[in-house]
Design a binder for this molecule. Sequence first.
Ligand code: FAD
Length: 383
Amino acid sequence: MIILNFELTDQQKLIRRNVRKFANDILAPVAPIFDKEATFSQKIFEKLAEINAWGIQLPEEYGGAGLDSISYTLIIEEIARVCASTALTLTVHNSVGAYPIYKWGTEEQKARFLTDLARGRKIAGFSWTEPNAGSDAAAIETTAVQEGDHFILNGSKIFVTNGGIASVMLIGAKFLTDDGQKGIGAFIVERDMKGYEIGPPEDKLGMRGNITTSLYFHDVEIPIENVLGNLSDGFKIAMDALNVGRIGIAAQALGIAQAAFEHSIEYSKGRIQFGRPISSFQGISFKLAEMSAKIDAARLLVYNAAFLKDQKRDISKASATCKYFASKIAREISQEAIQIHGGYGYMKDLPLERYYRDSKVTELYEGTNEIMKLIISRKILGK
Ligand SMILES: Cc1cc2nc3c(=O)[nH]c(=O)nc-3n(C[C@H](O)[C@H](O)[C@H](O)COP(=O)(O)OP(=O)(O)OC[C@H]3O[C@@H](n4cnc5c(N)ncnc54)[C@H](O)[C@@H]3O)c2cc1C
């Protein structure tokens, strides 16, 4: 029997407290620098390894923390509350990067990759989008042509999160086998493979502390042992990974919204205009009330999707719903937070404009919000 229980367990509360402290102590000083200089720090990656943030849900036998999905969302939210870019690096690595190898990989693949990924010795990514294939994920043009015991990969990918730093990349390609079979496959491609070229970092609006690049494949030789799952299951694997990934993106959006909200409360209580704190004006306090209601609703949707995932239920609608809603309210709340801060909110001395810039992309990646509505409406209409 499933009991409706909104209370976090003692362990989940402890995790949230510890990660909040880590984020405040370790990430807060560097987050504005990462944003300004569009960079990241290997030292921070090592500190993230110390708190087991690279293998949040991987089993302990692979060096992971073996945590449940609610704990996962708490960790991503708390990191994003302080540094959304670092939360992006982590959530892509943990969800669409490492998770599919754990879920669909052979024992040999798990042994080869998961411990390094869980310990943060290697970073993972997921690379599907191409110049002519974004929302239409089945339109990819990268090819993998079999030649005996390996595939030859040719093509290019764009907008690859962790592109410049990941050593293990899950890549979608149209395959052609020796005996003429065709379809879409998921391949584990390693950065040190010959012919794997990384483009320069993209100059982005937000999430500037996370590296996004293009990738180019020139006759990359991929051993057959690097095919993930059944060769023809590539699209299914990608959709499963994205269903899981979207919960992390929603948690990330929630963290940004929470940060913007907390700053707004604090500031509105201290800022005096017309002889009173601006929080005493209904025009401001109602904004805070609206933020609060939106965050509460988003958080419940995120927890619901995480809960359903742990129950091994179909999460496609729940993950699309929480991603759609949390990303939308993160953009709205970070925009309203600037309004509450007036002109100061527009200046780079405060983090409000960073939250606003960081929030936007949560409505785009791992499926745009139009695509989230497509997924939700198809479910509602039974298509
Ligand atoms: C910073 C960043 C990081 C990213 N990281 C990754 C990554 O790590 N791996 C990866 O594979 N991809 C990544 N992406 C790509 C991202 O997932 C795509 O940008 C996204 O899926 C949209 O594809 P597109 O940009 O080609 O837009 P398009 O698909 O061309 O869409 C353009 C517009 O048309 C709308 N649209 C398209 N089809 C429909 C439809 N059927 N109904 C209604 N509206 C529609 C879209 O919603 C959008 O508003 C990243 C993108 C960014 C910006």
